[in-house]
Design a protein around this ligand. Sequence first.
Ligand SMILES: C[S@@+](CC[C@H](N)C(=O)[O-])C[C@H]1O[C@@H](n2cnc3c(N)ncnc32)[C@H](O)[C@@H]1O
Length: 228
Amino acid sequence: MTDASTPTRTNPAEFAKARQTPEKKSFMFVIEHLDPELADWSALEYRTIAKECRETKNQFTLCSGLQDFVVKAGGLSLGDVVGKGVEELFPPEERRVCLLDPQAKKELSPEDGDVFDGFLFGGILGDDPPRDRTSELRQKGYEGRRLGPVQMTTDTAVRVTRMVVQDKILLEEIPYVDFPELKLDEHESTEMPFRYVKGEDGGPVMPDGMIELIRKDADKGFDDFLQS
Ligand SMILES: C[S@@+](CC[C@H](N)C(=O)[O-])C[C@H]1O[C@@H](n2cnc3c(N)ncnc32)[C@H](O)[C@@H]1O
């Protein structure tokens, strides 16, 4: 049962209005999980997005037909994951939800925060070169906005969108780190083919545990190579 003061998940306009403060509007950040599996990387990104949404008074919703599996495998809370497709929850024709789309003609601007109540992202692992899998969501008819020409990780795309629409920072004024070089051990490093927000230490903002996961995957790749 929901009381009258609980904003409903299915109505982004109502949610945004109910959570609005005089200073900042609240938004829904919606991810449609598009990969057939749930990679450890994606789970870490989704947990980080959920945490940052809570800290900034925004609503996080992960849409996946594999609800129970994603909750368990991802270490997510049941309330964050819905077992429905995004168009069922947020019909494109209502035009309240905007798709963050690397191929969109218009860049995201702070004014988009006045127009839209929710922002939709592809739950897809980044690939290099990008294969335009966001097209699966574009085809549903959502209006799109771009976050500049460089591919971001999904958690970075959510972070940047929030900074633009909620904190009203222009896209071009956000400090970024492009293609950072991560040290794996004394001898090896790897270049990440993505754009990140620059943190206070000058390095890329990444989910806690991501660097360890990248190191583990690099070790595994090397072991697989030795066994092949
Ligand atoms: C890791 S990206 C995957 C993009 C994927 N390689 C593709 O080609 O569509 C995951 C999601 O972050 C968002 N995203 C990442 N970079 C973006 C950009 N520069 N502009 C708009 N959205 C972006 C999109 O919603 C995208 O579906």
